[in-house]
Design a protein around this ligand. Structure first.
Ligand SMILES: Cc1ncc(COP(=O)(O)O)c(C=O)c1O
Length: 406
């Protein structure tokens, strides 16, 4: 019989990774408290308000506005920046659809640019080249938890007087030069959807240091109301993006664990980096010394099939799964999605806008990343040294017996 688990052998993983989401009696108690308070919604509540303040503080920011999910958090932030019909926002081709759909939600054009091949983050040189008089925002995504090059992006933003928005959905607790991400530019958005490193099933937040932005974002989140005015006075077109007290209560508890869990993932990821770098054909996502902590929503690495006898990425992922290591291919580039490739997105922008979202194609790196980069979910970084060693052993085993899978 083969040694490979896919062909009937013993899996390399001998014990399960820690279950996710993590919870204990504190979440149960927090929910019970909300239940018994009979205050289940944000407006008169205390739980979500407390979470907004604590989460912002934990990210070195002055203000937090809790929001229904990470997609809506981006929509609110874009609205609060005053971006609208006919404006352009520059963002990476390699990200989740929400980064772009939020731009389309206000009738603005997402202008896609390629990412760097080693970090999988937006390439500042491409950003600079894509700026036009219509550019109203640069949207950076901290892929997998690794901050984008904030020095370069902030400098470009300053020089052109364009605000920088951070999509931090992968990067809770990440740091750039010792400063938490999220309020390094104009504002930052987070997601608390079920797969994220802190979760209430769904949820989101926008953080900022800018009091004027905070006022606008809160108004957009709360039906166009303004503080100090009558409940039924609505000052602008807006919507209801409020997070419930149930979610606020759960997130208060999840936040208590954020620092220790982030430190653990960072530590385990560094150990895994060292192990995988020893394996021919495996190159972990680049380390940037200016990233003083990586929140690691994902552990990403480049897979070179040539070093595995030509074994395809899909078959490698299948073999890793069989060895007990959950893994996945990464996002398809936005430009490859039907909504962009077939032009359906154009329904959202003003007719006759001078140029289109894909004007900087081809996106050579994001297409290569889609084919050749593998992601491990963060639960794989939440265990102990043995868990990390077993991931390394699984990859080595697949390499050793790759020919049996061809
Ligand atoms: C990069 C990125 N931005 C935005 C979002 C949207 O978050 P949500 O699923 O909470 O709407 C996600 C969620 O997966 C994401 O990965």
């Amino acid at each position: 019989m083969s040694d490979l688990a896919l062909l009937g052998g013993q899996p390399a993983k001998t014990k399960a990774f820690p279950a996710w989401p993590h919870y204990d009696e504190r979440e149960a108690q927090a929910l019970q408290t909300v239940l018994e308070s009979r205050i289940w919604w944000r407006t008169p509540g205390t739980q979500t308000l407390r979470f907004e303040q604590a989460f912002a503080q934990a990210h070195h920011a002055a203000h937090g506005i809790a929001i229904t999910n990470g997609t809506h958090a981006l929509e609110v932030a874009i609205g609060a920046l005053g971006i609208g019909y006919g404006d352009e926002v520059i963002l990476p081709d390699f990200t989740f659809i929400a980064s772009a759909s939020a731009v389309l939600s206000v009738g603005a054009l997402p202008v896609l640019v390629d990412v760097a091949l080693t970090t999988y983050n937006i390439d500042p040189a491409q950003v600079e080249a894509a700026i036009t008089p219509r550019t109203k925002c640069i949207l950076a995504v901290h892929m997998g938890g690794l901050p984008a090059d904030m020095d370069a992006l902030l400098e470009i933003g300053r020089r052109h007087n364009i605000p920088l928005l951070e999509d931090c959905s992968h990067a809770h607790g990440s740091e750039w030069r010792g400063q938490r991400i999220g309020a390094l530019g104009a504002a930052g958005t987070f997601s608390f959807q079920a797969s994220k490193t802190m979760t209430a099933g769904e949820g989101g937040i926008v953080i900022t240091d800018d009091a004027d932005f905070e006022r606008k974002a809160r108004s957009i989140t709360d039906c166009g109301r303004l503080p100090g005015h009558w409940f039924y006075e609505h000052f602008d077109y807006a919507s209801n993006y409020r997070l419930s007290e149930w979610q606020g209560a759960i997130l208060n508890v999840q936040l208590e664990r954020m620092d220790t869990q982030t430190a653990l993932r960072h530590h385990n990821a560094c150990a895994l980096d060292s192990l995988l770098r020893e394996i021919d054909g495996i190159t972990p996502q680049a380390i940037d010394d200016r990233c003083t902590r990586n929140g690691h929503y994902l552990y990403l690495f480049h897979y070179d099939s040539a070093a595995f006898g030509g074994l395809s990425t899909a078959r490698f992922i299948e073999a890793l799964h069989a060895e007990g290591i959950p893994s996945q291919a990464t996002y398809p580039p936005l430009s490859a999605l039907t909504v962009f490739a077939d032009g359906a997105y154009k329904k959202r922008i003003p007719p006759g806008m001078p140029d289109d979202a894909l004007r900087h194609a081809p996106f050579v790196n994001s297409n290569r990343i889609m084919r050749e980069v593998v992601g491990l979910p963060h639960a794989t970084l939440m265990g102990d040294d043995q868990d990390i060693r077993e991931i390394g052993a699984a990859v080595r085993k697949i390499q050793q017996y790759a020919r049996e899978l061809l």
